[in-house]
Design a protein. Structure first.
Length: 280
């Protein structure tokens, strides 16, 4: 049997962890992510031998793993070595037991001890493709850096994934800002530029220019905001150039977001090509 229904009545127990894992991976992503719930697996150094990992939820290649609110795991860090450095990793280890037909799956926090030396390097860990049936995968959450006998710092190694509410908020802000598209445009500012004298070096050359932003857009579209990016100077490398908007007193915030007059400043009297992002 190839295709089959997962969320449908079949008259038997048929929904597997592989089904749910594939579904989660399709929504959240196929990587490893900490979700923005509870304490997001925050780490606390309790002593030079204990790092406490607090509550949170994560999704590892579709598998949802969690530590409940108000619960935690105390991870034992073996003693460091005087005058040497060491990196340990705290990982969330996924395992599948294939020794039986049931193929039980489990997850637990594990410390992978590194090797002490003059410089510290991370120990190796297992990276498996759970969606393809891997029996083990380690999701690195923290690097524990030891300097001599002391834990020097605990560094997070994970990324968080935004929830649907955050994504909806960002989309709403884009809608409220009345722009959904970005166009990159480059304009030409020809020489000669005005020489302001050595006192203005390195940006001693200057020229005003004006741009009709709507002319770069599809018919009927209006520019809402413009952002300066960079300037390319014709025939020169290692020179300096920038652009500043020419704003007038009394202009509204909307007008200041879309200045049409600009000043070019350059270290050479040359053709210049400023690039802008037009938001519309």
């Amino acid at each position: 049997m190839a295709a089959y229904i997962v969320t449908g009545l079949q008259g038997r127990e048929h929904v597997t962890s592989e089904d749910e894992g594939a579904f989660n991976a399709g929504i959240v992503g196929t990587g490893r992510y900490v979700m923005k719930t509870a304490e997001k697996f925050a780490a606390e150094i309790v002593s030079n031998n204990i790092v406490r990992i607090k509550s949170g939820d994560l999704v590892n290649q579709g598998r949802h793993i969690r530590t409940e609110v108000n619960d935690y795991d105390d991870m034992t860090i073996e003693n460091g070595t005087q005058s040497l450095k060491r990196n340990d990793l705290i990982v969330m280890r996924y395992k599948k037991d294939t020794s039986t037909n049931i193929e039980l799956e489990s997850a637990e926090l594990v410390v992978i001890k590194g090797t002490a030396g003059a410089t510290a390097t991370d120990p190796t860990y297992t990276s498996g493709d759970i969606l393809a049936g891997a029996t083990q995968d380690d999701f690195p959450l923290y690097r524990v850096s030891l300097n001599g006998l002391n834990i020097e710092k605990v560094t997070p190694l994970f990324s968080t994934v935004p929830n649907l509410n955050e994504l909806n908020t960002k989309i709403a802000k884009m809608d409220d800002g009345n722009y959904r598209h970005i166009k990159v445009v480059t304009v030409t500012v020809s020489n000669p530029l005005t020489d302001l004298g050595a006192a203005y070096a390195p940006l001693r050359y200057y020229k005003m220019f004006e741009v009709d932003w709507d002319s770069f857009l599809p018919t009927g579209k209006k520019a809402k905001e413009v952002i300066f990016s960079h300037v390319t100077i014709s025939g020169y490398n290692g020179e300096y150039a920038t652009c500043t908007p020419y704003l007038k007193n009394g202009e509204t915030a909307a007008q200041q977001q879309l200045p049409t007059q600009w000043a070019l400043w350059c270290s050479k009297n040359a053709y210049c090509y400023p690039t802008f992002f037009i938001l519309y």
